[in-house]
Design a protein around this ligand. Sequence first.
Ligand SMILES: *[C@@H]1O[C@H](CO)[C@@H](O)[C@H](O)[C@H]1NC(C)=O
Ligand SMILES: *[C@@H]1O[C@H](CO)[C@@H](O)[C@H](O)[C@H]1NC(C)=O
Ligand SMILES: *[C@@H]1O[C@H](CO)[C@@H](O)[C@H](O)[C@H]1NC(C)=O
Length: 927
Amino acid sequence: MDKLTGQPRPSLLGVSSALFLLLFFTNILPYSPFTRPTVDASLLSRCKSLKTPAGPPANFHSRVQSDRFVPGTRPTLIKNAKIWTGQDNGMDVIQGDILLDKGIIMEVGRVAHNGREGSNVLDAHGSWVTPGIVDLHSHLGVYSAPSLEGSEDGNSIKGTIMAWVRAVDGLNSHDDSYNYSLAGGVTTSLILPGSANAIGGQAYPIKLRRTHERTPSSMLLEPPYQINSSLPPNPSHIPWRHMKHACGENPSSVYSDTRMDTLWAFRDAYNKASQLKKKQDEFCAQVEAGQAKGDFPDDLQWESLVDVLRGRVKAIDLDALVRLSNEFKFPIAAFHHASETYLVPDTLKRVYGRSHLKYSIQASNAFVGHPPAVALFATNARYKREAYRSSEFAPKILSENGLTVIMKSDHSVLNSRFLLYEAQQAHYYGLPSNLALAAVTSNAAETMGMGHRIGYVKKGWDADLVLWDSHPLALGATPQQVFIDGIPQIEKPHIHKKSAAFQHVPKVPDFTKEAQDAITYDGLPPLTSSSTTPNTVVFTNVKSVYTRSAGAVEASFFVQDESAYGVVVVRNGKIICTGTESACLTNSVLDDPEVIYVDLKGGSLSPSLVTFDSPLGLSNIDQEDSTNDGMVLDPLLQNLPKVLGDDALVRAVDGLEFQTRDALLAYRSGVTLAVTAPSHRSFYSGLATSFSTGSSHKLEPGAVVQEVTGLHVSVRHFGTPSVSTQIAALRRLLLDPKGKWFEVLEGRIPLVVEAHSADIIATLVLLKREVERETGNRIRLTITGASEAHILTKELGEENVGVILNPARPFPFFWEDRRILPGPPLTEHSAVTKLMEHNVTVGIGIQEIWDARNLRFDVAWASLEADGKISKEQAIAIGSINLENLLGLDVQTEGSDIVATMGGDLLEMSAKVVGIVSPSRRLVDLF
Ligand SMILES: *[C@@H]1O[C@H](CO)[C@@H](O)[C@H](O)[C@H]1NC(C)=O
Ligand SMILES: *[C@@H]1O[C@H](CO)[C@@H](O)[C@H](O)[C@H]1NC(C)=O
Ligand SMILES: *[C@@H]1O[C@H](CO)[C@@H](O)[C@H](O)[C@H]1NC(C)=O
């Protein structure tokens, strides 16, 4: 939740989530501007062209140079690579070399010579190469970063049907995201208008590379001829066009329409377009009969929808859009967001015309007569009613039903720099590795109608490649270099070597039963533990045990050798023995008839994690107020009702709700403790609380772990009140404390301030010094958000101010956090490593409640990009002990929960959480 606007951060009105469709279609009018045919001949040619299919010219692959080639670009020979080509349904892997020249891939395999004259030669030393990452759903450039009112160009709100507006006309070539997304390997993105409208306008594929022209037009990939005028630039080549349709809650909410109104808007628009098409067809029939009178009937407003009807298309009202496609006879290329499609796979197959579909000239049979692809997030879910039944198993289920799965970013809803992470998670939850990679490369390219030139490492295709530092599906995979049109995109890449363990497809757990349950329970499978026991539980085949010890995490048991895996015996929720079978499996254990054995298959026990900074426990469905605790009143912005008194200190604990789906999912992912502050939109928040994510209700022992943890405020560029007004309020509250502010002043609870700008953080440090000087007390100050904290590492270290980075991997959402430290490959350090180097206590937070479950991967990632500077133990501490210290939890080494993982440790993608050992609740939960 964005604290500035109450929207998911960033606040992209209407962008974040409706389901929408994407249309591909032929265009009309391909006659040559260079000849002056007689009127009849030109009309004949125009009429004939109405039947021309969209797509590249038949001889496209005989090209010797790309239309995007930049003269002067040196050829590049990449030697000794492991190449995932995208061919053979993503199964084809070649060991060899790749020669890039003239903007295209010239050779793949064994290249005997040393490239061409003047070649750069790059030895990959066996590293993985894939096609560039392709993002089928992005708002990069139309909702720019940092977000400024002057660059929110992604949505016209002039009406429900806006088929005639074009994303390219709103494209900002100065979005900071270009550099960052490139650094994540993204080479092509389809830029869509937002979803405030039923039909939001035309979308455009762009390549993210900086061009000499620096214009939006020069970034377009195969722009449709309509881009300049209604004259076709090249009659032999009618490129695909793209149209955004949204039929979910977003258009409805913007126009206070119901979904019935939205569907009528669609039918009305398509009815108009179909009347125009009929006129054109009748006119052309006369032309062909040699009796045409007047001009070809056309209309700039409706021509694009006529093109939809002439070509091929795509829709929560999935059922409703499928009906629409059949009523007006257009096919659908892809359903985006489509959170619930996995529950109705057969509906997708009923879309009009699927037996006639042909998405590209490449003989990729998979796309002929194929039902629409489904574009999804991996675990971003439940943010609105229509996404409530989303499942992390949807990619697996849809692919098992023969449907094409695409993972997309909806940038900047998710930072497209990490689009590959969506594929990694989809793979973790059961999507086969070949399809997971195809979901962000070849299949995304095909669905976009660009599969003839991007999405594959293949002779004749565009020279868009990524050389990775690990297998691309391994968590934390980072580009060593990214090529677009043969041009290396990262000037001075900072490459960290990854070990051999990361160079193959990661092993992942088996989620067959969980996926089946998602279907059985109509998207809402039970999430509570399958058994809870105070009795003896014996974990066998244990590879490692990590424990808390004196403010740190240490490996108290670790064996490499499979035959020496140990056992851990737990009774009453307490570990009573860790070691060999002979030491731990005493007669009292062996004779106990109720003992439960759990084979961890090389797994681990480790401290559980702590989640902070989302409204977890106060929110069910972000965009539905009636499911949430709501926002606090801000004394800086309004007079508080008298009944609250003048220092009303709101306590999050009083609004807590237990057993929300996101809390239970967090629990099942080893995040057993949450710290949550009252939800707020401006300066004032209140007193945070901590609770157990696995408890059933507040009265259960151990459910509320600590009623009050710290006092929380935000100091940000809200506009009103000013930053200086917010600081003035803080100064007054600290120097003239009332109620709980005494405890802050005396250092008994921390003051936790959300601040992003280095200038605001510096001001807070000065305020802390001032108050300490005036009062002689010591204040515990923690900064959260902290995008720019890396600029002040030394000072924060000296002042003993801790930092909770949120998001874990930075993004310049607003002006106040534009100076991020992006980390490899752009910078040597990440914010985490730089802060830790100066002894700043670092934690990692999350922004939205669905993300709580992913903390284990966030901390693992922090360690993976640290080039050995952050150990596994330190990474676990970043997600547990450090957060407890920074947020004011009285840490109880003895009473803290322990996570049992099967098939690996908590930070590994091979591992699945199978149990929680809870000493304070004296039980073991098994899933
Ligand atoms: C993007 O990267 C290029 C080259 O590395 C650099 O010149 C440019 O300033 C960067 N732009 C931004 C907005 O960071
Ligand atoms: C549009 O016009 C510009 C020059 O004004 C030209 O360079 C470009 O190729 C044209 N694009 C198309 C698709 O015709
Ligand atoms: C951080 O702490 C270590 C150990 O106490 C110390 O040796 C080191 O100098 C400190 N580093 C900084 C930058 O203060």
